[in-house]
Design a protein around this ligand. Structure first.
Ligand code: GCO
Length: 435
C-alpha cells in the first residue's frame, strides 16, 4: 500500500494542476476606479450628494459616509503599481474622472490629463497592460446642474467634448478601452431603485438613462476608432444573473426571463444588432450603435432570486458576503456561455471579487469563480483575461469604507499599503498561470 500512496501523491497534484491551467498569455489583472481611489475629487455628483446627505439626520442618510481622501491614489499610484508588478499582474484597469478633466465646462485641465498619461506610462514601464474606462458612475457637478443624465442632448454634447479631449491624448498608452462601466447599473441603481444618487424611483427615467448610456458607449466607440481602428473597445457590463427562487415555479421562471431581457439583453440588442429592443424602444434600427463592441467585459459578483412578489436577497444555507450578496460561482459559468452566444465576441472578466475581512473567504471566492471560468473556457468560451476587484481596499459607494474588496489594504491615516494573504495567493496563481 505504501508504494500506491507514493505514486498517488506524485501523480495527483500534477493532475489537479493541469485541470486549472489557463492558456498562455491569459491576462491576469486587477481593477480600480478613479472616484473610489484617487481622493479629493470634489467636482462630481457623488461628492455633491455626499455633502447634501450630510445635512440630513444620520438615520435618514442614504450614503454611509464621504469619499474624502480615498487611498490618495492620485499621489500614490507608483506604490500601487509597484505592488501590482511584484504580484506579476499583466493588466490593470483604471478609469478617468470626467470632473477632473473638466472641473468646469469648456476648460479641460490638461495637467490632470497628463497625470493619467503618466499613470499609463508607469504601468507600461512595469510590463503591465492598460485597460481604461471612460465613465465609472460619476459626472461633473456642472453637468448635474444642467439636468445631468436626464438632459440628453446637453449631456451627450458635453460627454463628446470630453471624449474628444481624452481619447486622442491617451490613445497610444491604452491597450483596451471600456467606454462605460455598468451601463445597466447607473440607470437601475440611480433611477429605478433609488440606491445611488439622485435616489430616484422612476421607470421612465430608468429607460431614458439606459438609452443615454448606450449612446455614450457608441459615441466613445466612434471617437476611439477614428483615432485607432484596431484598438479593442468593450464595455464593463454587470450582466445580472437572475433565477427563480423556486426553480419549478413557472411564474418565477417567467420573471427571471423577463428580468434578463430588460436588464441585460437590451444592451446587447443595441450594440451588437443595432436595435432598440423593448422596453428601450419598439425595435427601431440604431445604425450608429450597431457593431460597437469588439469584446465584452463582464463584472460578476452574485445571483438574484426572484419570488412572485419580487427579488429576495438569499436562501437558507447560502453563503453571504459582507455586501449581503450570495456567493454563486455557477452564475459566472452560465453567464459566460450566454454572453458568448449573444455576442460571439471574446470576453474579459473586468470585475470579480468579494467584500470580506476574512482572507480565506476571499481566496475561496476567487478560487470557486476561477474554477467556473476555467470550465466555461474548456468548453469553448473565449475568456481572455480576469480582473480581480479590487487592487486596493477603497471607497465602496453607498457603503463608504465599511466594505473591503482589496488584495491590498490601505491604512487610512498613514496610507501605507500592505499586500493581504489573498494578494500573495493571487501572485502564486499568476506565476503558475492557474490554480
Ligand atoms: C460596481 C463597480 C465597482 C464596485 C464593485 C463592488 O460594480 O458597482 O464597478 O465600482 O465597487 O462592483 O461593488
Amino acid at each position: 500500500m505504501k508504494w500506491l500512496s507514493l505514486i498517488l501523491s506524485c501523480i495527483l497534484p500534477s493532475i489537479t494542476r493541469s485541470m486549472h491551467t489557463f492558456p498562455p498569455g491569459f491576462l491576469w489583472g486587477t481593477a480600480a476606479s478613479a472616484y473610489q481611489t484617487e481622493g479629493n475629487n470634489t467636482k462630481n455628483d457623488w461628492y455633491y450628494y455626499e455633502q447634501t446627505e450630510k445635512q440630513k439626520p444620520a438615520a435618514k442618510r442614504k450614503l454611509a459616509g464621504e469619499c474624502g481622501q480615498a487611498t490618495m491614489q492620485w499621489q500614490n499610484y507608483e506604490q500601487d503599481y509597484d505592488i501590482a508588478q511584484k504580484m506579476g499582474v499583466k493588466i490593470h484597469r483604471l478609469s478617468i474622472e470626467w470632473s477632473r478633466i473638466f472641473p468646469a465646462a469648456d476648460k479641460p485641465d490638461m495637467e490632470a490629463l497628463a497625470i493619467y498619461k503618466k499613470q499609463l506610462i508607469s504601468l507600461h514601464q512595469r510590463g503591465i497592460k492598460t485597460i481604461v474606462c471612460l465613465h465609472h458612475f460619476t459626472i461633473p457637478i456642472w453637468v448635474l446642474h444642467k439636468g445631468g443624465f436626464l438632459n440628453r442632448d446637453y449631456f451627450l454634447a458635453q460627454f463628446k467634448q470630453y471624449l474628444e479631449v481624452v481619447i486622442p491624448f491617451l490613445a497610444e498608452e491604452v491597450d483596451y478601452w471600456l467606454p462605460i462601466n455598468e451601463p445597466n447599473i447607473v440607470p437601475s441603481a440611480s433611477y429605478l431603485i433609488g440606491m445611488f444618487p439622485p435616489f430616484k424611483k422612476n421607470i421612465f427615467q430608468y429607460l431614458r438613462v439606459y438609452r443615454l448610456m448606450i449612446e455614450m458607449h457608441a459615441a466613445a466607440y466612434h471617437v476611439i476608432k477614428r483615432q485607432n481602428k484596431t484598438a479593442p473597445v468593450g464595455v464593463a457590463f454587470a450582466y445580472m444573473h437572475f433565477q427563480p427562487f423556486n426553480a419549478k415555479n413557472k411564474w418565477q421562471q417567467c420573471l427571471s426571463y423577463l428580468s434578463d431581457k430588460w436588464a441585460n439583453r437590451i444592451f446587447f440588442e443595441a450594440v451588437v444588432n443595432g436595435r432598440w429592443a423593448f422596453p428601450l424602444g419598439w425595435g427601431a434600427a440604431a445604425p450608429d450603435i450597431k457593431g460597437t463592441l469588439d469584446f465584452t467585459g463582464l463584472n460578476y459578483y452574485t445571483t438574484l432570486y426572484l419570488k412572485n412578489t419580487g427579488p429576495v436577497p438569499f436562501k437558507k444555507g447560502d453563503v453571504i458576503t459582507d455586501m449581503g450578496w450570495v456567493v454563486y460561482p455557477k452564475g459566472i459559468y452560465a453567464i459566460l456561455h450566454q454572453l458568448f452566444k449573444i455576442t460571439n465576441k471574446p470576453i474579459i472578466v473586468t470585475e470579480n471579487g468579494t467584500a470580506t475581512t476574512d482572507e480565506s473567504f476571499r481566496i475561496d471566492y476567487f478560487k470557486s469563480h476561477l474554477t467556473e471560468i476555467h470550465k466555461a473556457m474548456s468548453e469553448g468560451v473565449p475568456v481572455k483575461g480576469y480582473m480581480a476587484w479590487s487592487l486596493t481596499d477603497n471607497y465602496e459607494w453607498q457603503h463608504a469604507y465599511s466594505k473591503k474588496f482589496g488584495l491590498i489594504s490601505v491604512d487610512p491615516i498613514s496610507m501605507e499599503r500592505t499586500l493581504k494573504k489573498s494578494g500573495w495567493w493571487y501572485k502564486e496563481v499568476i506565476e503558475k498561470n492557474g490554480l
